[in-house]
Design a binder for this molecule. Structure first.
Ligand code: MG
Length: 182
């Protein structure tokens, strides 16, 4: 079969990059527990919340009820459409820790990103398996051993990370790619 990719490839993470998972989770908790959390990641929340808040949050994710409701990250749609002019976009989400999230993630992608070929939606474990030229992700752990170039998408949990180039938002992603040599 011929190589389906004619342009450089970018793998793009879903949670905290395409979807504003941090905002949704914190709003969900704030509504129920009168907390004032903001933008925290699921892993940070699991590590820091008291048991009575952690258990229902874990249930929400474990049973797959989370992903279908997530808001798009600001500017994501417009930026991805712009990137698609010059790059092949491959959606890449680490899904095996919470496999019940896979069907709602597919529904979410069909609603918002039906314009990207479903063969380019990858539900994986380690993202190091990806052979793309670039990976946009909020979790720096995926960049160690990744053969392409990682671009860190800023989130509350990665502000101390200095090893990789970063973009603070989707407009920053476009700026970073426009500065790359072609
Ligand atoms: Mg993520």
């Amino acid at each position: 079969m011929a190589n389906p990719y004619t342009k450089p490839t970018i793998a793009i993470d879903m949670d905290h990059v395409m979807a504003d998972t941090g905002a949704y989770l914190c709003d969900w908790l704030n509504d129920r527990f009168s907390t004032s959390l903001e933008g925290e990641s699921f892993s940070t929340l699991l590590a820091t919340l008291p048991d009575e808040q952690r258990a229902p949050l874990y249930d929400l994710v474990e049973h797959g009820g989370l992903m279908r409701e997530l808001p798009l990250m600001d500017g994501c749609m417009e930026a991805m459409r712009a990137l698609a002019e010059d790059f092949e976009l491959i959606i890449c989400t680490a899904a095996m820790e919470f496999p019940n999230c896979i069907p709602p993630k597919i529904d979410w992608l069909r609603e918002h990103f039906g314009w990207i070929d479903e063969k380019d939606w990858v539900f994986c474990g380690h993202k190091q398996v990806m052979g793309t030229d670039y990976l946009i992700d909020d979790s720096p752990k995926h960049f160690d051993g990744f053969s392409g170039q990682g671009l860190l998408f800023t989130a509350a949990h990665n502000r101390g990370e200095t090893r990789f180039p970063r973009a603070d938002d989707w407009s920053g992603v476009l700026d970073w790619f426009s500065a790359q040599p072609r």
